[in-house]
Design a protein around this ligand. Structure first.
Ligand code: SAM
Length: 242
């Protein structure tokens, strides 16, 4: 991502004057040492990229959006991931990698075998990681990191998706993905992938997910780490869909 490209809040039009705040303002002034009249590329929350000029960098950074140079990326396929919250810093890795893969939304999942709910500080850190990953890989948007949800609350959202994929290493007789996915995702727009924590899902959770409409799938004979599973499944879905 160009060093001078930064995300700004809100949806904008050329001609708007906007404020770049916080760490980005400090980076512009103290690291890049940019000043009034210098150029920036600013991305608004709709994913539009604007060529912009700094109009004031004395206290904070204000810039005028000169022209829209790129419109929002129209992803044909929106993939959300509900990730059973793993121990330690593994969630940092999951958020960075699924962000690079273009995931729209990450839902930290409090399933039965998750050990402890994350504090607010951790959620804020995960959001910074998603922003940083978006900047690094040149996305026009930032993956949303939702507030943690309990398993049953997640089940009630399944109806919002065209397909819900529930990888479960205990599943017996699951149809191979190469046979299941083409028909399942053909023409779909919104997919949810649900990944268990290190201890996996209970039978009760898997049965509840299937009743709520999820497709229980296998990722093969080897047991993947929780931080590997989402990457594998998302990459397979995107390969088949796009
Ligand atoms: N329960 C297993 C255990 O304790 O060894 C491991 C669970 S695995 C580390 C974490 C999650 O990754 C699982 O809940 C599942 O969602 C997914 N997963 C890993 N390997 C899989 C496979 N071969 N098939 C389907 N899902 C898999």
């Amino acid at each position: 991502m160009p060093a001078r490209r930064f995300f700004i809040g809100g949806v904008h039009e050329p001609g708007d004057t906007v404020e770049v705040a916080g760490p980005d303002a400090r980076k512009i002034r103290a690291v890049l040492r940019l000043k009034e009249g210098d150029a920036l590329e600013l991305i608004d929350s709709a994913g539009s990229i604007f060529a912009s000029d700094i109009v004031d960098a004395r206290d904070g950074v204000r810039a005028q959006l000169r022209e829209r140079v790129a419109s929002p990326e129209r992803e044909r396929l929106c993939i959300d991931v509900a990730q059973g919250i793993p121990k330690g810093q593994k969630m940092d890795f999951v958020i960075e990698k699924v962000s690079e893969l273009g995931v729209r939304r990450i839902v930290p999942l409090l399933s039965q075998r998750v050990q402890g709910a994350p504090g607010d500080g951790k959620i804020e850190r995960w959001r910074r990681i998603a922003k940083s990953a978006a900047e690094q890989c040149g996305r026009h948007d930032i993956a949303e990191v939702a507030e943690p949800v309990r398993f049953d609350a997640l089940l009630s959202t399944f109806g919002e998706y065209d397909a819900v994929l529930f990888p479960w290493e205990v599943a017996s007789g699951a149809q191979p993905l190469r046979e299941l996915l083409p028909a399942l995702i053909d023409g779909t727009h919104r997919i949810l992938v649900v990944i268990g924590p290190e201890g996996g899902f209970s039978h009760e959770e898997a049965e509840g997910a299937a009743r709520a409409g999820a497709r229980v799938v296998s990722l093969g004979s080897r047991i993947l780490r929780t931080e590997t599973a989402a990457l594998v499944l998302i990459a397979i879905v995107q390969y088949i869909a796009e």
